[in-house]
Design a protein around this ligand. Sequence first.
Ligand code: SF4
Length: 296
Amino acid sequence: MRKDQNLGDYLRMQGVSRRGFLKFCSATASLMALPPSAVAQVAEALATARRPSVIWLSFQECTGCTESLTRSHAPTVESLIFDAISLDYHHTLQAAAGHGAEAAREAAMEENSGEYILVVDGSIPIDNPAYSTIAGISNLDMLKEAAEHCFAIVAVGTCAAFGGLPGAQPNPTGAVAVGDIIKDKPIINVSGCPPIPVVITGVLAHFLTFETLPDLDHLGRPKAFFGQNIHDRCYRRPFYERGQFAESFDDEGAKLGWCLFKLGCKGPVTYNACATIKWNDGAGFPIEATQAGYAG
Ligand code: SF4
């Protein structure tokens, strides 16, 4: 797909039928947690959507966020990367290496100045920028350079959004979040360790469809996915209400699927879509992983 083509033209050239296109729109609307009535609006917007350039920078991270993205099931990461967006720079997924990779990043920033989406995973060390560098450039300098002419930033994962594990005490590298450094660009925090893959693609799909930011909560997270706490949607909630709690991970209560509150569950204070969207194509989420028979 050429960058000057819209998505509708591209899909028609590929022989995608109207029915197939609406199916894609329906999946995209679902990704953005929109009601079925919004599919027509999504279809209209996507038919004329341009293919946005995405530059993905990975700093102090474990590659878990990218691993998570590659397990997204709708749209598939392949269709997202090759059809709907132009992923112009990504250490792990791009074919280019070395000087070629850096040249691709610089070219994408120049050609799409003011329009590209900057995705960041990992925190940024500021005590000594030499703690983490790419092509001899410190994370701090690379972030500032890439942020200067971007349209918006998506901070993927708890490290990029809030500092995460590298930022935990004693924080030996002086790790900070993207929002601690960049103050003059819109930032969407897609937190999680790693974030739910469908939430990552849902945010990118929102840009693709509406070219605007989704509604955000007070922590800069998209409300569509972070608006409810896990406790309210947890399948173990009836046990909580009845006062049936597991006391250890291998007692009878645990085997019967009782509530994990006494074992330290933070579901009542955690806002995320884990209990509804789930992981691995909807197979389960961490609270289910403690129960025998979980296949996630
Ligand atoms: S397991 Fe956690 S999230 Fe689920 S009902 Fe118990 S306290 Fe709430």
